[in-house]
Design a protein around this ligand. Structure first.
Ligand code: IMP
Length: 437
């Protein structure tokens, strides 16, 4: 079942790279789209004609009829938010019959959001800047072996029984450490009764489904959420999320071996953004940063927070290429750079007199790193109507070529606007084959 028919898509920066649009585009050619980590901290905005969809748990594949959309075992799921998402899609005429949930995915319950909020408050100036969705506490409970899983939604009595085992400890924590009155068992059971009824029929053995799909030669797209620098192990710890966001997690987070794919697409914005706290070497708090934020509409899908903006950082992209084993790049939001006289790209860092092309593991070192920029001529043309590389102005093509050279991975897709049609696929690449060209 070696995965030649499968593709992993991951974020190669700090999340918000435009994965939703890229995955939505590629899902048109997929039989299955699987998420393998994270939860409703993710926010995918997908624009289809006049319709704008904001998805948190559900893969963008749901918008393509006939495609199976799967929530894998490495995810954490807030059942109440998932119900809202399902309702919103159904209300707008999108069938959700293709959704499947792994029974092994963990649940985010009401108390996880309280822990998340209070943890952040107590950290004060050192806060992580989480989305407040309870992601970290849900993963912590999983590791502490006191989580509830999607399989526990199968029947309300089983749900009550499992919750009854865990609630005394949670209530003790809530009351003694979190200044909260705690929860009554029946109150929580009632809160999740509808979720048990509606979600339990969707819970299946998703690992088997995936394995069989690959064996049958079906096309499987693994949808990463967040980005490489938010990975719990390889990101800018502690300013990270609590899951493995890198390509290797596609296998472990969906119940497959590492041979489940040979192709990994890294999604990168043509510049860099970050939400939440933590070091960000190319951050630009001046005019250029404001322009990128305004032109790029850089406000969080999940929290509405303004994103921190800066120039493209090839040191990060090279690191992401190595950590994920990237085979191709998808560069998004190239259109946002139109109108700049000069476009900058960080090609190395300077740290206390030494120049390095490597991304440091130490956050205190990263904080001291100053970007070494290469300057490229900008372009004034509107590129949003470009559909082939030849349609792009010379300066934009040269910038993309410089990016490929700096990262050492070919650009296979360029996005020049939010709509599905605003996409350039490089001919003779793996993605061109995926799209049937
Ligand atoms: P958490 O995932 O809510 O615990 O947040 C941890 C860090 O990850 C914070 O800096 C968040 O802003 C960031 N984060 C989580 N999800 C996303 C995302 O989908 N896009 C960008 N940043 C995210």
């Amino acid at each position: 079942m070696e995965g030649t028919n499968s593709l992993v898509v991951v974020g190669a920066q700090w999340g918000d790279e435009g994965k939703g649009k890229v995955i939505d585009f590629l899902a048109a050619g997929a039989d299955v789209v699987a998420r393998f980590q994270g939860g409703d901290n993710a926010g995918h905005t997908v624009v289809y004609g006049a319709n704008v969809f904001k998805l948190h748990h559900i893969p963008s594949g749901i918008l393509n009829p006939g495609c199976i959309s799967l929530l894998g075992s490495g995810m954490v799921i807030n059942p109440l938010v998932l119900l809202d998402e399902l309702d919103e899609l159904e209300k707008r005429g999108i069938s959700t019959s293709g959704l499947r949930i792994s029974g092994k995915a963990h649940l985010i319950l009401a108390y996880h959001q309280i822990y998340d909020r209070v943890n952040e408050e107590l950290l004060g100036d050192n806060k992580i800047g989480t989305t407040g969705r309870g992601i970290g506490p849900a993963y912590a409970d999983k590791a502490l072996r006191r989580g509830l899983r999607a399989i526990d939604l199968a029947d309300i009595d089983g749900f009550r029984e499992r919750l009854a085992q865990i609630l005394p400890l949670q209530n003790r924590l809530l009351k003694n450490a979190y200044d909260h009155e705690g929860y009554d068992l029946e109150q929580l059971v009632e809160m999740y009764r509808l979720a048990c009824e509606r979600l339990s029929p969707l819970v299946v053995d998703t690992a088997r489904l995936l394995s069989e799909s690959l064996a049958e030669g079906k096309k499987v797209l693994f949808e990463g959420a967040q980005g490489t620098l938010l990975d719990i192990d390889h990101g800018t710890y502690p300013f990270v999320t609590s899951s493995s966001t890198v390509a290797a997690a596609a296998g472990s987070g969906s119940g497959l071996g590492p041979r489940c794919t040979s192709r990994v697409l890294g999604v990168l914005k043509a510049y860099t953004t970050r939400v939440g706290e933590g070091p960000f070497p190319t951050e630009n708090q001046g005019e250029a940063g404001d322009l990128l934020r305004d032109q790029g509409g850089e406000y969080g899908t999940t929290t509405g927070r303004p994103r921190r903006c800066g120039w493209f950082d090839a040191v990060i992209a090279r690191y992401a290429a190595r950590i994920n084993g990237l085979s191709g790049l998808a560069v998004t939001k190239l259109d946002v750079l139109s109108g700049l006289e000069t476009v900058n790209m960080a090609v190395a860092y300077e740290c206390e007199g030494a120049v390095t092309g490597e991304f440091p593991s130490s956050m205190s070192e990263l904080k001291r790193c100053k970007p070494v920029y290469e300057n490229f001529p900008g372009w004034y043309e509107d590129v949003s109507r470009a559909r082939t590389m030849a349609d792009l102005p010379d300066a934009a093509r040269q910038y993309l070529e410089a990016m490929e050279e700096a990262v050492g991975v070919p650009v296979e897709l360029v996005s020049v606007g939010p709509d599905r049609t605003q996409t350039i696929i490089r001919p003779h690449t793996y993605l061109a084959g995926w799209c049937g060209d």
